[in-house]
Write a protein that binds this ligand. Structure first.
Ligand SMILES: *[C@@H]1O[C@H](CO)[C@@H](O)[C@H](O)[C@H]1NC(C)=O
Ligand SMILES: *[C@@H]1O[C@H](CO)[C@@H](O)[C@H](O)[C@H]1NC(C)=O
Ligand SMILES: *[C@@H]1O[C@H](CO)[C@@H](O)[C@H](O)[C@H]1NC(C)=O
Ligand SMILES: *[C@@H]1O[C@H](CO)[C@@H](O)[C@H](O)[C@H]1NC(C)=O
Ligand SMILES: *[C@@H]1O[C@H](CO)[C@@H](O)[C@H](O)[C@H]1NC(C)=O
Ligand SMILES: *[C@@H]1O[C@H](CO)[C@@H](O)[C@H](O)[C@H]1NC(C)=O
Ligand SMILES: *[C@@H]1O[C@H](CO)[C@@H](O)[C@H](O)[C@H]1NC(C)=O
Length: 407
């Protein structure tokens, strides 16, 4: 099992050397330089032609002009991936050049390795205005084992809201099923690595998802979901709730018990003190600034790698503690992903087909009161987790009435 994972990671490294050159920045600039030269030459040539041989046919020039869009195609592809609104007309892109290749290559967003993508994602534009029409997006990041059994429900949820969301999927690297081209999940897979429960590989996967999502400058809010998650409200409600919020939604509390403070290791001092130490659910929703802080953090990350190993669980402590140190005033300290811990034990309750009805879902939707931008609201959860694949049919049946999905 372990050997398989290692082998797969190696495969990804190999893929990087094969394909990443077409995506790397130096190449991008190089092509631009070449383009500049071509343009300069063209202008000169054009002026010359107009001045001296204006009466002649311009076939040579029109031939050269036809060449330009073709040589543009590689940087244009990059732009399309990183910036949502292409600056140039998309008609210049030869679509077939994107996906005639093999499936394994096609379904992945890119082939950059972690180091490269974290570094790129940590960059912040210095100019405050956008060179394109800016509409903030919500990044939905799915951390999965393999398939997304509840995908049809999510398809319904997203339908009609293109341009307001982006999707990223981090499955186990050995997952080899393809996603239909018509699906919103098609081509949204990112290069992944195996996640072993209770180890820092979980945090790594979360950071990998964040880094990928940060590359799109329009992504303002970042929500982590799993294959067992469902939306509790329609897209408009979810979008407005997140975009309008002044806070991030990351569970973070001080648990005095053995399962809380008991997991603090004195070796973490002085970097992290016991009064900084927090616990919380891994299923977060955060804003862009915090996402940037998280993927750029090396200081606290290394402390956790060294001193937080089972029974200290990275995914329950690293982010809650980090946000408490970095920007506690911008956190609501609560998760917006509902889960049922009412049955005691190490795992929360799983829901099956028989549990799904309107009353049950409404209970989750409006069951409690919580703070939102300084006011009190009864909408505390936007998502819920631990829904088994067999809940899909009943969920699809009541979803339109319940969530006001538009077909
Ligand atoms: C795209 O390129 C392929 C082969 O390179 C060509 O057959 C096709 O006509 C081109 N499509 C467009 C829209 O230019
Ligand atoms: C792509 O798939 C074709 C068969 O469809 C195969 O011959 C070729 O070797 C594959 N290329 C790579 C790089 O895997
Ligand atoms: C996908 O993976 C499974 C095992 O995980 C394997 O049995 C199957 O042959 C693979 N399919 C393809 C198309 O590679
Ligand atoms: C979140 O917790 C921190 C301390 O851990 C506290 O200072 C802050 O006021 C809390 N925020 C809210 C919105 O309750
Ligand atoms: C939330 O942010 C908005 C805009 O920055 C501001 O006008 C508002 O007062 C803030 N609300 C709270 C409760 O901080
Ligand atoms: C908070 O409540 C007050 C009074 O009910 C209202 O005027 C204000 O618009 C609310 N603010 C938000 C952000 O909902
Ligand atoms: C979304 O749900 C809200 C209630 O949560 C409802 O008021 C609104 O009409 C719904 N919007 C759509 C487009 O269905």
């Amino acid at each position: 099992m372990l050997q398989t994972s290692l082998f797969l990671i190696d495969t990804y490294t190999d893929m990087k050397t094969d394909h990443s050159t077409s995506l790397s920045f130096p190449n991008f600039f190089k092509t631009h330089l070449q383009l500049n030269l071509i343009f300069n030459f063209l202008f000169f040539f054009l002026g010359l032609s107009l001045g001296i041989i204006a009466t002649l046919y311009l076939t040579t020039i029109s031939y050269s002009l036809h060449d330009i869009p073709l040589s543009l195609s590689s940087p244009m592809l990059l732009q399309q991936q990183l910036i949502p609104t292409p600056l140039l007309s998309p008609s210049i892109i030869n679509e077939s050049s994107c996906d005639t290749s093999n499936v394994s290559k096609e379904v992945q967003l890119h082939n950059m390795v972690d180091e490269e993508i974290f570094w790129k994602a940590s960059m912040v534009p210095k100019i405050q205005t956008y060179p394109y029409k800016y509409v903030p997006k919500v990044a939905f990041m799915f951390l999965t084992m393999g398939p997304l059994p509840l995908a049809p429900l999510w398809e319904m949820f997203f339908k009609g809201y293109e341009g307001l969301y982006s999707i990223y999927v981090h499955p186990h690297p050995s997952f080899n099923e393809t996603v239909p081209e018509v699906s919103v999940f098609h081509g949204r897979r990112i290069p992944s690595k195996a996640v072993l429960w209770g180890t820092s590989s979980m945090i790594d996967a979360e950071r990998r998802l964040l880094a990928n999502a940060l590359l799109d400058f329009s992504n303002e809010r970042f929500v982590l979901l799993s294959e067992t998650c469902i939306p509790l409200f329609n897209f408009t409600t979810v979008y407005n709730y997140l975009i309008d919020s002044n806070h991030s939604f990351l569970g973070s509390f001080d648990d005095p018990r053995k399962e809380g403070r008991g997991r603090y290791n004195k070796e973490m001092w002085p970097m992290i003190s016991i009064s900084d130490w927090r616990k919380g659910s891994q299923w977060f929703e955060i804003n862009r600034n915090l996402a940037l802080e998280i993927i750029s953090d090396q200081k606290y990350y290394s402390v956790f790698q060294n001193y937080c190993n089972p029974p200290c669980y990275n995914d329950e402590h690293y982010l809650p503690t980090l946000i408490n140190i970095l920007s506690w005033e911008l956190n609501s300290n609560r998760s917006i992903t509902w889960v049922d811990w009412s049955r005691r034990g190490p795992h929360p309750r799983k829901f099956g087909r028989g549990d799904i009805n309107l009353e049950f879902l409404n209970q989750i939707r409006y069951s409690s009161n919580c703070a939102y931008n300084g006011n009190t609201t009864s909408v505390c959860f936007l998502f819920a987790r631990k829904f088994q694949p067999n809940t899909l049919d009943p969920l699809l049946q009541i979803a339109p009435a319940l969530l006001g999905f538009n077909f």
